[in-house]
Write a protein of this length. Structure first.
Length: 161
């Protein structure tokens, strides 16, 4: 029964509105907060280097304060903010569906707990953009383009493109 409820579009919409309203309240009042998120739905642009992305847990806490707080935006369905990661403070634009937020936390106290999961369409879009981002990251280095050319030669029975 609970599984059916958390997948119900009306429940998802209710949770999305609640998260949006809580975020608006915190932003309007200048209150820093934490977002406990399901990392499966989170996009990074540019993608995090492997040594940083491998350190992220399935459920990751993002501290929304300082510059990250100032850069925070939402369009009602997705969240966007800039953040630095690791000792080198690697900068990346973080984006995710609102429903990827599992908890909103202020001063170590959960103010909102979300039990809904992102809409299927949002997950599909995240998957598509993740593949596109990965390919773009791979192709951004001219040295990597040769792998695609070599791979296509191997697939061709006569060795020609």
């Amino acid at each position: 029964m609970v599984i059916d409820l958390i997948k119900d579009p009306k429940f998802q919409s209710l949770m999305e509105r609640s998260i949006n309203e809580m975020l608006e309240l915190l932003l309007e009042n200048g209150i820093p907060f934490g977002l406990l998120c399901n990392i499966e739905y989170v996009d990074f642009d540019p993608p995090l280097p492997p040594e940083l992305s491998s350190q992220l847990q399935n459920v990751t806490l993002f501290a929304i304060a300082g510059y990250t707080f100032d850069s925070f935006e939402t369009d009602g369905h997705r969240i966007y903010f800039e953040a630095g990661f690791g000792p080198q403070n690697f900068g990346s634009l973080v984006s995710m569906p609102i429903l990827a937020v599992m908890q909103i936390i202020v001063e170590d106290t959960p103010l909102l707990v979300n039990m809904a999961i992102p809409h299927k369409e949002e997950f599909d879009q995240n998957e598509k953009s993740g593949v596109k981002s990965s390919l773009e990251a791979l192709l951004s280095n001219p040295e990597n383009r040769r792998f695609l050319k070599e791979g296509s030669k191997k697939e061709s029975p006569d060795g020609e493109d």
